[in-house]
Design a binder for this molecule. Structure first.
Ligand SMILES: [Fe+2]
Length: 413
């Protein structure tokens, strides 16, 4: 995120020039921890930091014009700047995505889509639902589990674990999870974790052709092989029931034939897949690489971002930070700074207003190497969804929340 446009009055800060070494790492070994303000400032505070965790007080709104749940006297625990975590494997299969977190204006939502290939189609009043169309915004899905095909108006995309599936606003698609046992060794469910944004999600501009990914690595819909997939029906004899999401509500629209039976196309954007192995993230070995470097998709005004954590050389564990984005991080692998509190398949939610970094125990054992060649190689993968507009946990999220996560931030002797 660019900070160059901010006004700078460095002179008024005379005397605050670097008193410690801001080498990109919190340094419990020399008695300070770096606390970042957004992406802009670094402040050194004594170690151990005094703010490791204090539970936020209940929220009480002051405006009578606010929604009912926010009015004076109504306390909403969901609005406090409380760290939360969710166990995504516990999300039940459903025909539509589950929304875990969403902004109040509904412009951004973090979602989980669990598809059980053995389930019968969703039957609405008009018949069996077959496809989806999201008019509210662009969707990006990370395929956490499962294989299958996504049929779009432009052809078929084969998805598998580790893929990012990009569905632009308005495109019609069907999802057919593969139920073949040999391709679903550990589960018969397909699990997508993703984000929806009313602002278009664009490829991050990095100044490098192959960062965050080469356009040549993108997998586009396969048009010529439509006939090889009998599960997909392009017949025009039977009515086609399409689920349309508009204004955050699903409606059903009946077409006389399949709206997927396209005969031509021109334009942009289009649905595609990029695999996580084809995503390139720049890292440095002399500083803790700010995850801002890992942004792969972002909106034009950078209100929302999708960042990908790939296996990489790690200089040090993260700073403590007062983030200016709500951060929602899905852990594909274990993540050392959260070890013991959350793990594979969990999603953490760190709202703005909650100063956070490594869990106290992780901070205690952290090391900074004098020689970059001693830095650890981390295989850790994760996806981070960020929103500058605060996210609110939905009622759905409560069912899969890891209630003990909040207490993992309390220092233990
Ligand atoms: Fe964070």
């Amino acid at each position: 995120m660019s900070t160059l446009e901010y006004p700078h009055e460095w002179d008024v800060l005379e005397g605050w020039q670097e008193r410690v070494k801001f080498d990109g790492a919190s340094r419990p070994d020399v008695g300070y921890v770096i606390r970042k303000k957004g992406f802009h400032q670094q402040i050194a505070v004594p170690y151990p930091p005094p703010y490791v965790f204090s539970h936020p007080l209940a929220y009480i709104a002051v405006s009578p014009h606010m929604p009912r749940e926010l009015r004076i006297g109504n306390i909403s625990e969901r609005l406090t700047p409380t760290p939360r975590a969710y166990h995504i494997d516990s999300v039940l299969p459903w025909y539509f995505p589950h929304q875990l977190l969403e902004t109040r204006d509904k412009s951004v939502s973090v979602q989980v889509f669990v598809i059980d290939p053995s389930s019968t189609p969703f039957i609405c009043r008009m018949g069996a639902m077959r496809g989806y169309q999201n008019i509210d915004g662009d969707e990006i899905w990370y395929v956490y589990r499962g294989n299958g095909i996504c049929v779009t108006e432009l052809g078929i995309l084969r998805y598998g674990t580790g893929d990012y599936l990009y569905i632009p606003k308005g495109f019609i698609y069907e999802l057919h999870a593969d139920s073949a046992p040999e391709r679903q060794a550990d589960t018969n469910k397909t699990i997508f974790v993703g984000i929806e944004s009313t602002e278009p999600l664009l490829r991050s501009k990095t100044g490098m052709d192959d960062v965050p990914y080469s356009i040549r690595a993108v997998r586009v819909p396969e048009y010529k092989q439509l006939e090889h997939f009998p599960v997909v029906s392009y017949d025009c004899k039977n009515p086609y029931i399409l689920a349309v999401k508009r204004l955050q509500a699903w409606s059903f629209v009946e077409y006389a034939g399949s709206p997927l039976a396209s005969v031509g196309w021109a334009g942009t954007p289009y649905p595609f897949i990029i695999n996580e192995k084809d995503i390139n993230v720049p890292v440095v070995d002399t500083l803790h690489t700010d995850p801002t470097q890992f942004v792969v998709f972002t909106s034009a005004e950078e209100k929302v971002a999708v960042s990908v954590f790939r296996p990489r050389r790690v200089h040090s564990i993260p700073y403590y930070h007062d983030n200016t984005y709500d951060e929602c991080m899905f852990l594909v692998d274990t993540y050392a700074p959260r070890a013991g509190s959350v793990g594979v398949g969990d999603m953490t939610f760190h709202p703005q207003g909650f100063c956070h970094g490594p869990q106290p125990n992780a901070l205690r054992v952290s090391q900074v190497h004098a020689d970059p060649k001693d830095n650890d190689w981390s295989l850790q993968r994760a996806v981070m969804f960020e929103s500058r507009i605060p996210l609110i946990p939905t009622r759905e999220s409560i069912d899969v929340e890891l209630k003990k996560y909040v207490s993992s931030w309390i220092p233990r002797n």
